[in-house]
Design a protein around this ligand. Structure first.
Ligand SMILES: [Zn+2]
Ligand SMILES: [Zn+2]
Length: 157
């Protein structure tokens, strides 16, 4: 991905623009993501909420139950209900759904997570780090992304 990326829901009521590159790109194979998407995995672009500019529409928060008893807030188009992004407890950090970008072909995961529930026919590229569950952000993220993460943490404290 290079420069500004734009995306939106299916009906066009919600349109967004990413003001910068994402911090990191997850491909998550967990069962929650499989259930939420009805697919084999989800592609999430992690990015500061204030770098996701909603150009039109008002994504509607829906709290969705997860297997661990918690809920996950998913933002959907109020009209066509397509999920455009979600958050995992930190409103300052959004997980933008890669498939809602206008040009998703530019997106490549930086990491594959929760591969313990990966569907057996999905073959992962050897060149991309993959983990049974989660991973150590400090070990994997580039320095510039860690700096941005620290800025989010500073906002929260
Ligand atoms: Zn829509
Ligand atoms: Zn997941």
């Amino acid at each position: 991905m290079s420069g500004e990326a734009e995306g939106g829901c299916a009906c066009g009521a919600v349109r967004y623009r990413l003001a910068s590159e994402p911090l990191f790109v997850h491909c998550c194979h967990c069962l929650n993501c499989q259930r939420q998407t009805g697919s084999a995995f989800v592609i999430n672009l992690l990015i500061e909420a204030d770098r996701v500019e909603v150009v039109t529409g008002e994504p509607m928060p829906v709290d969705v139950p997860r297997d661990d008893g918690s809920t996950q807030r998913i933002f959907r188009c109020p009209s066509c209900q397509v999920a455009v992004f979600s958050e995992y407890g930190w409103p300052e950090l959004l997980f933008v759904r890669g498939g809602t970008l206008d040009e998703p072909s530019g997106i490549e995961p930086d990491v594959h997570i929760y591969t313990r529930s990966k569907l057996p026919w999905v073959t992962l590229p050897k060149s991309t780090p993959a983990f049974d569950a989660y991973y150590d952000t400090r070990k994997l993220w580039p320095a510039a992304s860690l700096e941005r993460l620290d800025a989010i943490r500073a906002l929260r404290s």
